[in-house]
Design a protein around this ligand. Structure first.
Ligand SMILES: [Zn+2]
Ligand SMILES: [Zn+2]
Length: 78
């Protein structure tokens, strides 16, 4: 089973609403937190192979050969 595709906008909005509605943070503060979290989540999912830099879900089972055409990556690099 492939991991569900990571949707930054969906996650971002969810975090902003969580901090505004449940924690009573200002919109500005909630946006700053959401940006930091989403950036970190994206980094976690990007292959660190210099020739690749594609997302984990572009790799077979999120950690094997990259499926992007012409990409030489053979293993997802954390
Ligand atoms: Zn790749
Ligand atoms: Zn890769």
């Amino acid at each position: 089973m492939l991991e569900k595709q990571f949707n930054p906008n969906f996650v971002y909005n969810g975090i902003v609403h969580f901090y505004m509605d449940k924690k009573n943070y200002s919109k500005k503060k909630a946006n700053e937190i959401a940006q930091a979290i989403v950036q970190r989540e994206i980094q976690r999912r990007v292959c660190k192979n210099e020739l690749c830099k594609h997302f984990s879900y572009d790799h077979i089972r999120n950690n094997e050969i990259c499926l992007i055409v012409d990409c030489k990556c053979r293993e997802f690099t954390k």
